[in-house]
Design a protein around this ligand. Structure first.
Ligand SMILES: [Zn+2]
Length: 241
């Protein structure tokens, strides 16, 4: 890693650099990716001092598994591990599944898609949005994928493999608007936004709080009992002496 010479900060990214948007209107750090050959890329970006220090730390910790301390190999291993963790969290991918698809309840009793179904859907759809347009072209998105119910869950659709498809966020939203109507989806988004910001002053469960106080008082009393008895006994002994 080479330290950049000190120079004045630029207010805008350099021209012709691809800037990836995260979809929230926040401008991420410009990243320059240059293909060198069909299997090799040069990736260049500006790192913070913290990232620089973390990479140094990682390099020394991984010296045993990557003897030449090649920074590309170290980053690849770290990114692979993070991807595996995110995938297992999002699509239930795991080396030791608790339930197979045959053992899984796919009825609409819960709103959550079971992990075994998620794994099977991802495998069947090849980790890619399954939306096919009128010309027969399939969407190529492989990021930000969601699980779409062909027969909507709100209308009794179950979580069977046949009823669920992988969809990118845009196509899932588009199909939800077709299923429920644009107005209903807008209302749902607004109410979901309100639910995510509850007013804390209304969330205190007073009866539970009183129960906890009662339990605490009882526990404190029980803890002090031996000391109280020894004091009483000492008092009796001193009186009788
Ligand atoms: Zn799509």
């Amino acid at each position: 890693m080479r330290k950049l010479p000190a120079r004045r900060e630029m207010n805008s990214p350099a021209p012709n650099l691809p800037v990836r948007s995260n979809g929230d209107g926040v401008s991420p750090t410009p990243i320059k990716i240059q293909p060198l050959s069909p299997e090799r890329y040069r990736i260049q970006f500006t790192a913070s001092a913290e990232l620089h220090d973390k990479l140094d730390q990682l390099r020394s910790l991984m010296r045993a598994s990557i003897p030449d301390c090649d920074i590309a190999s170290i980053i690849e291993e770290a990114v692979t591990e993070k991807l595996e963790r995110l995938e297992s969290k999002k699509i239930g991918r795991t080396d030791a599944p608790r339930k197979s698809l045959d053992e899984t309840d796919t009825s609409a009793s819960s709103r959550y898609v079971p992990a075994a179904v998620k794994r099977a859907v991802c495998e069947r759809d090849g980790g890619q949005c399954a939306f096919v347009d009128e010309s027969g072209r399939r969407c190529t998105r492989r990021d930000g994928l969601e699980f779409h119910h062909r027969e909507p869950y709100g209308r009794g659709g179950d979580h069977s493999l046949e009823n669920i498809q992988l969809m990118c966020r845009g196509h899932n939203g588009y199909l939800a608007e077709l299923d429920y109507g644009k107005e209903a989806i807008e209302r749902h988004r607004r109410s979901a936004h309100r639910v995510s910001e509850p007013d804390v002053s209304y969330t205190i469960d007073w009866s539970q709080l009183l129960c906890r106080l009662r339990d605490y008082a009882a526990l404190t009393f029980i803890k002090r009992l031996p000391r109280m008895w020894s004091r009483i006994l000492r008092g009796i002994v001193s009186l009788s002496a």
